[in-house]
Design a protein around this ligand. Structure first.
Ligand code: NAP
Ligand code: F7E
Length: 340
């Protein structure tokens, strides 16, 4: 009998890569998505797996629907990836963020609590649960200090998972994943935005790009490496939570500079603060400016993981460094532009 996995948020970056990974492990994969008048499965198509997954239109905030779907499929594993995942938008839509990210998980946990079948659950926790308290590496024992409605929703969910594990012996765990990117990353996230817009500038399809806080530091890894860690966590007999990251962090400005270098854009930064800008030395034109529009009411300025526990207990480590990640994202972007 094939093992059965249900992935919520199948149409997202991680949902698509995880589905591909689980298919390679011979799982029967079910993926839930929210109904949309403009059905879009471009990530699944890009990975060539759109016909290999059983797709389910599910409203994750509705208990009856969640109950029906889980009891019908009877999955061995559930990966709860559906979320309002864009931190900046969570400041504009705090209630919606908390509904999607917290109450939907509660629905799943309640169904699991009442189910006779042993189901394992992976919950997508995040480095955004930590705040500006620490400049050190973050591990599983670091205190939470969320700096956005998104972070708050994920801290709440993280504690729900711990609670249901302790109180009801449920087989559930959370992966505290640091930023992970790929060619499938949503275009509003900073890495994809930089790669896409710099490639457009290089190809004369755009004149300028605007960024916000370029001095924030992030620990960026490659999404396909990270979905393997999700699966490894669920294979442990005794469920536990793990920090997943590379252990190295860079500023947004570093990411821009490395991308320019890969694209062979010869650039120079001048000015300070809101007046800082990046100039293309080939023609002396300004190609990046800072805009307040992209500043958040609160930001986390420094995020660096300590993934030692995952290395020891899951035998997992990030295999892709930042330069390679940028190469993969740029090559994909330029292929896309050349095909247009
Ligand atoms: P993503 O690309 O934004 O995908 C999230 C998916 O959730 C999308 O398919 C989205 O549907 C779906 N979704 C959003 N609101 C929903 C709702 N109300 N009902 C049903 N589905 C809904 O995010 P990702 O990067 O793959 O991340 C996957 C999970 O890991 C998320 O929970 C995220 O918070 C978490 N996480 C991500 C990172 C990271 O760096 N990528 C790090 C730590 C944790 P649509 O496609 O219809 O928009
Ligand atoms: O921002 C700064 C911004 O939106 C990274 C999600 O997957 O990872 C992601 O959240 C940093 C922030 O990702 C722009 O202020 C500057 O400091 O790419 P991001 P995020 O907020 O770190 C975590 C782990 C998740 O869990 C989330 O789901 O970049 N920044 N200028 C900018 N950010 C954006 N988006 N756009 C800018 O123009």
């Amino acid at each position: 009998m094939k093992r059965k996995a249900l992935i919520t948020g199948i149409m997202g970056q991680d949902g698509a890569y995880l589905a591909k990974f689980l298919l390679s492990k011979k799982y029967k994969v079910y993926g839930s998505y929210r109904r949309n008048s403009n059905y879009e499965n471009n990530r699944l198509r890009k990975l060539g797996i759109e016909n290999k997954i059983e797709l389910i239109d599910l409203e994750i905030n509705e208990f009856a629907s969640v109950n029906y779907v889980i009891n019908k499929i009877k999955p061995d594993e559930i990966y709860n990836l559906a979320a309002m995942s864009f931190v900046a938008s969570s400041f504009e839509q705090p209630l919606y963020t908390i509904h999607t990210n917290f109450f939907a998980l509660l629905n799943i946990l309640e169904v699991m609590k009442n189910s006779k079948k042993k189901i394992s659950l992976y919950q997508a926790s995040t480095s955004e649960m930590f705040g500006n308290e620490t400049q050190k590496s973050i591990d599983e024992n670091t205190n939470f200090d969320p700096a956005s409605p998104y972070g708050v929703s994920k801290v709440g969910s993280h504690y729900l998972v711990k609670l249901y594990r302790k109180a009801y012996n449920l087989h559930c765990c959370s992966g505290i994943l640091f930023n992970h990117e790929s060619p499938l990353r949503g275009e509003e996230f900073v890495t994809k935005k930089i790669v896409k817009q710099l490639s457009e500038i290089l190809n004369n399809k755009r004149k300028i790009m605007y960024l916000g806080n370029i001095y924030a530091k992030r620990d960026w890894g490659f999404a396909p490496d990270y979905v393997e860690a999700m699966w490894k966590m669920l294979q442990l007999k005794k469920k536990d939570d793990f920090v997943i990251g590379t252990g190295i962090c860079y500023t947004i400005k570093d990411f821009v500079n490395l991308t320019c270098k890969y694209l062979k854009l010869n650039t120079k930064w001048v000015g300070k603060g809101i007046n800082e800008k990046c100039i293309n030395l080939k023609n002396n034109k300004t190609i990046i400016k800072i805009s307040k529009k992209f500043y958040r009411p609160l930001d986390v300025n420094h995020l660096k993981s300590n993934p030692a526990k995952a290395k020891k207990q899951l035998n997992w480590k990030a295999n892709t460094n930042l330069k390679t990640l940028i190469k993969k994202m740029c090559d994909d972007q330029n292929l896309f532009i050349s095909l247009k």
